[in-house]
Design a protein around this ligand. Structure first.
Ligand code: FES
Ligand SMILES: [Fe+2]
Length: 364
């Protein structure tokens, strides 16, 4: 057995502030699907951690990203997604070109130096139809974050370039973001808590594969040879579930070509927002997609009960920490090591508020 992180790490606002600065701010963040910015003049808004970002396709067809914070008094310049010829702030109409340069500021003196007041550049990159943003202009490449993930997804038989965006689902959970991540990283609970899913995939120990990677963790599930009375037609791909540090879910459910992708974002120590963009093959049978969503929604509702229950238990203040059961929960151990900084900053020791001591193996 291995001790979990201290439960204080799931309830303390100071810990969350540290995580935002140390884990989320330096990361690439999923922004949305590329179809939203396919045409010149199209834009989408998103966040890179706490930083509002706008992604725009300029007149020359180049994809650009800017910090979506007005240089006048800090409003988010634009919201949602759509088409535009300029980026005009909704507060006092300061107007920026698609290159981020300040073009107009109503009533501004003639000698205002606009060249110093453009939108701050950010970074944007893509994996197939999935766009990612980074709050800095010159971060390490997205490919460093994704590592082998695109190759693993392709090896599982899924061509992400052939996927078409279907819909976005947004939800909130009354739990710490790490509880939601950790629930995602193990299927020890599947046989007990997800009877419908367990009818479709083989959740038995041994049939289920876990993999640690430097920047993400993966688990794989085989479709049962004889699904146990499920309505869902799971013939096709096996399941792949990846978690890219810190909190990006990449799901391929068993069945026909599909992917759901999106982050868990901390709103408060005990509240987390989740976004999932769903993709399927072009022309996929709507009846199959409807069956898919019934199963997916069922699993999501079951997981909500679990993670909200865990948060209440941790916040009760009775126990200091829990135990990880290995190897079934090895990916949680990997995640907790990463969160605690064991991999990211090995030389810094206890620089983080998650102490290395917190992740030592317990004597039992
Ligand atoms: S804050 Fe944007 S124009 Fe005033
Ligand atoms: Fe679950």
């Amino acid at each position: 057995m291995t001790a979990t992180l201290p439960y204080r790490c799931y309830t303390d606002p100071a810990v969350l502030a540290d995580e935002r600065a140390r884990l989320f701010a330096p990361a690439w963040h999923y922004a949305g699907h590329a179809g939203l910015v396919a045409e010149p003049g199209s834009y989408l808004t998103c966040r890179a951690g706490d930083v509002p970002v706008v992604v725009v396709r300029d007149r020359e067809g180049e994809l650009r990203a800017f910090v979506n914070v007005c240089r006048h008094r800090g409003a988010e310049v634009v919201s949602g997604a759509g088409r535009c010829t300029t980026l005009q702030c909704h507060y006092h109409a300061w107007t920026y070109g698609l290159d981020g340069a300040l073009r107009a500021a109503p009533r501004a003196p003639a000698d205002l130096d606009r060249s110093e007041l453009g939108l701050r550049p950010a970074a944007v990159d893509a994996w197939g139809p999935f766009l990612f943003v980074h709050a800095s202009e010159h971060p390490r490449p997205l490919a460093d974050t994704l590592g082998e993930l695109p190759a693993l997804v392709a090896a599982g038989g899924l061509d992400v370039d052939a996927l078409v965006f279907h819909h976005r689902s947004t939800y909130q959970l009354e739990t710490n973001w790490k509880v939601a991540v950790e629930n995602f990283l193990e299927c020890y609970h599947c046989a007990v808590a997800h009877p419908g899913l367990a009818d479709v995939i083989d959740v038995d120990h041994g049939a289920y594969r876990l993999e640690r990677h430097p920047t993400f963790a993966s688990h794989y599930a085989h479709v049962r040879e004889h699904p146990r009375g499920s309505h869902y037609d799971a013939a096709g791909l096996d399941g792949q579930f990846h978690l890219v540090w810190p909190a990006l879910k990449v799901n391929v459910m068993p069945g026909r070509a599909n992917m759901s992708i999106g982050p868990l974002t901390p709103l408060a120590p005990g509240r987390t927002e989740g976004v999932l963009d769903y993709f399927f093959a072009a022309g996929e049978d709507p009846a199959w997609i409807a069956d898919f969503m019934v199963l997916d929604d069922e699993v999501g509702a079951e997981d909500r009960v679990l993670v909200e229950s865990v948060q209440r238990g941790m916040a009760a203040g009775v126990l200091e920490r829990g135990e990880l059961l290995l190897p079934s929960e090895d990916l949680i151990a990997a995640f907790q090591e990463w969160v605690a900084g064991a991999r990211q900053t090995p030389s810094r020791g206890n620089a983080s508020v998650h102490t290395r001591e917190a992740i030592r193996s317990s004597p039992s």
